[in-house]
Each structure stands twice: as C-alpha cells, then as structure tokens.
Design a protein around this ligand. Structure first.
Ligand SMILES: CC(C)(COP(=O)(O)OP(=O)(O)OC[C@H]1O[C@@H](n2cnc3c(N)ncnc32)[C@H](O)[C@@H]1OP(=O)(O)O)[C@@H](O)C(=O)NCCC(=O)NCCS
Length: 283
C-alpha cells in the first residue's frame, strides 16, 4: 500500500456514520450524539483513498491561541501500520500551529504520539458502571445551585482560571445538552459539575472543585436521583474520592495516559482542581 494514494480532507457531517463504525470497531462506546457533539465543537479531518473510501479520522478542539486537545484518532485495523495515523497527526500539528496540545492516549496510540513529540504527564482513570446505590447528598455549608445563564459565567470563569484558556463554547454546549450544578461559598464560586447523556448511559464531567468535599457534594447531588450507567474520566486529583465512587457500584475499567506536547496549561495554582474530564477527547 502506498501512502501517497491517500489524501486528507476536512471532515463533513456526512462522514459521521463511517466514523461511528470506526469507534465501534475499537469498542469505544460513542453514540451518534457523542460524535455530533465532538464534531460540532471541533476541527475534523479524514483520510481517504483514491475511491473516496474513508481510511481514518482525527479531530482537535481549539481553546484559543495557546491550547488545543486532540482526539478520536482512529485508523481501522486493516489499514493500520501504513503511516496513515502519522499523516493525520501531522495534519493536526500543522493546523494547530504553536498551540500546546493535549491528548489521552490508548496503549495502541502511545508510540505514535511519542514519535510526534508528546510526553506523558499523568494518568486518566475510566471509572464506570451501573449505580447499585445512589449517593446520599453529603453535608456541606455550600450554596449549591443549578447552572443557569447567570451562573454559567461564574462556571466559565472558574474553568478558565484552571485551564488557562477559554472553553466557553464547549461548556455552554455541554450545559445545554445535560444538567449541571455550581457550588458557592460566601458568594464565591468554588466548584461545578455536569452530567449528560453519552456512551452507554451518562457521563459525569467536567467536575472542577476546590476540595474533595466540594466535589463530593456536587457529585452526590447530581447522582442522588439517578439510576443506570454512569461514567467518569477521573484525573489523578480525584484518586482520594475514587473509593467513594466505587462504593456506589462503579469500577475502574481502564487507565490511560495523559500526554502533552508543549507547555501543560491546566494548573492547580488557582486552588481549583480538575476531578473529571468532559471527555477524554475534549479534556
Ligand atoms: C493509533 C492508530 C491511530 C495508529 O494508526 P496507524 O495508521 O496504524 O499508525 P502509523 O502507521 O502512522 O504508525 C505511526 C507509528 O506508530 C507505530 N505504531 C503504530 N501502531 C503501533 C502499535 N500497535 N505498536 C507499536 N507501534 C505502533 C508505527 O510503527 C509507526 O512508527 P514508525 O513510523 O517508526 O514505523 C491506530 O493504531 C488505531 O486507530 N488504533 C485504534 C484506536 C486508537 O487506539 N486510537 C488512538 C486513540 S488515542
């Protein structure tokens, strides 16, 4: 197979059914609604052969001039090992210019990303399952409110302090596609959490909070009336609350690598920590 027989072009909405079959083939849980959300927020490319058959896909999400995340990188198994993944990564690295890049790497992708200059900066824990017990809302001296148009601005400000960039467009879309809570202490926003339909059930993320107790207060209130399948993509900051989540029937099913090329922007310096990602692709 000659790599030069393939061309890269912009992803179109009409490509999504094929891209969905690619993620199904590698047993990722994405549904069409997940693909639509990631596509609508991102910059997608596909690689196709001379007949127009799609042989791989990739997306990146632009969080300003300093930072972007990369994800949904898939080359179907019968096309792998021919340099198509590298071509897709080269496309994104040229489109993203000087931005620092973050991605969450599977075992299959790690070597490719290392070759592209990414280094490992931590782990992400995929914790999920059917809720066997509903959490009782934990005690707190916080004022916890549903996210509305007013508190959306407070949430975005907190998020921007932690991520060092604006994810306003993404957070607005996630808030519109699910429900969320924001915690205030003395009228100051100290954490937020969101829950949306995705994958096998619902995904709880992002969760950003000043402390484990605030994260638990938000999560317990979001889950206290839920049944069914819940997924978290937890950062290392959440390791203290992971046993508490597991007590509701959730289990760690995967541990993947957080990889970065360039400066790593998200920081705990603002006092607010990232507990759970929106998704592995979005960060
Ligand atoms: C990861 C993936 C996109 C790589 O695509 P690909 O087209 O096979 O990659 P390439 O052929 O461009 O390989 C690029 C480099 O990575 C290496 N590589 C690719 N897959 C590898 C593997 N499974 N084990 C070891 N090295 C591998 C290649 O040897 C190549 O290095 P080289 O240039 O020194 O030979 C593809 O394996 C895939 O879709 N996997 C399933 C989905 C997945 O895990 N995606 C990553 C999500 S983060």
């Amino acid at each position: 197979m000659d790599k030069t027989d393939f061309t890269v072009r912009e992803m179109r909405e009409s490509d999504l059914p094929t891209c969905l079959t690619f993620t199904q083939q590698v047993n990722w849980p994405h549904r069409m609604i997940d693909w639509q959300l990631h596509f609508s927020m991102g910059n997608g490319s596909i690689i196709e052969d001379s007949k127009g058959d799609i042989a791989g896909c990739i997306l990146w999400w632009d969080y300003g001039s300093n930072y972007a995340t990369v994800g949904l990188v898939v080359v179907p198994s019968h096309m792998q090992g021919n340099g198509l993944g590298r071509t897709l990564m080269d496309t994104v690295m040229s489109q993203t210019g000087a931005r620092s890049l973050q991605l969450v790497a599977t075992v299959a992708g790690k070597r490719l990303y290392q070759q592209c200059g990414f280094v490992e900066r931590g782990a992400i824990y995929q914790v999920q399952g059917q809720l066997t017990t509903q959490p009782v809302p934990t005690e707190s001296n916080l004022d916890i409110e549903a996210i509305d148009d007013t508190s959306l601005n407070d949430m975005q400000a907190l998020d921007a302090c932690t991520y060092g960039c604006s994810r306003q467009k993404l957070l607005t879309a996630v808030a519109q596609s699910g429900k969320g809570l924001i915690a205030y202490r003395d009228d100051k926003a100290v954490g937020f959490a969101m829950l949306r339909t995705s994958g096998h059930g619902q995904t709880l993320g992002p969760v950003l909070a000043e402390s484990d107790n605030i994260a638990k207060a938000l999560i317990s209130r979001l889950l206290c009336n839920e049944t069914g399948f819940i997924r978290f993509d937890l950062s290392e900051n959440a390791l203290n609350i992971k046993p508490w989540l597991e007590s509701f029937g959730l289990t760690e099913v995967d541990k993947v690598s957080l990889m970065v090329k360039g400066a790593f922007l998200p920081s705990n310096a603002s006092g607010v920590r990232i507990y759970s990602l929106v998704s592995q692709a979005f960060g």
